[in-house]
Design a protein around this ligand. Structure first.
Ligand code: ATP
Length: 136
């Protein structure tokens, strides 16, 4: 059996994952990276994307990650994310509503609206829907 490493995913609100896992794949700002037990130490920022890991269930686990930082140590990966949700915890109705709200803001382009903010909200919503759509 492969040796495990600890995975901790933490947001300002809560600890989302604290588990011994076999592999972790995360959306590094310089590109996706994978970590196994014994990996060289490094620190990187993360972009919005999908965090994947494998545990004893044999099924790949998926989380939506809204940017942050990762510290990779030989026996532990710590992810500090602005927000993070396991795919089964994503509220699809809420994400769909957020998507429609952002789309309307972008379509109206009313004076004073913050386009970048609306674009980021749209990207978060689209990515949440994508992660939630993967079979749970
Ligand atoms: P919304 O407009 O629906 O609040 P948002 O993209 O602005 O979405 P964030 O600022 O990324 O939300 O997150 C705020 C908090 O709400 C975080 O704790 C995040 O995990 C949670 N959250 C946001 N959207 C969802 C969702 N669709 N399902 C579950 N949790 C969510």
């Amino acid at each position: 059996m492969a040796e495990k490493l600890m995975l901790e995913v933490v947001t300002p609100q809560k600890a989302v994952v604290s588990e011994a896992v076999d592999t972790v794949v995360a959306p590094g700002s310089e590109g996706e990276f994978g970590a196994l037990k014994g990996h060289t130490t490094f620190l990187t920022s993360l972009k919005m994307g999908t965090l994947r890991y494998k545990n004893d269930s044999g099924k790949e686990q998926l989380l939506f990650i809204n940017g942050g930082f990762a510290e990779v140590l030989p026996d532990k990966v710590t992810i500090l994310a602005e927000s993070a949700e396991r795919n089964q915890d994503i509220d699809v109705v809420r994400a769909q509503a957020a998507k429609e709200r952002a789309e309307q803001r972008l379509a109206n382009r009313a004076a004073g609206i913050d386009l970048l903010r609306a674009e980021l909200a749209l990207r978060r919503a689209i990515h949440r829907l994508k992660v939630a759509s993967v079979s749970k």
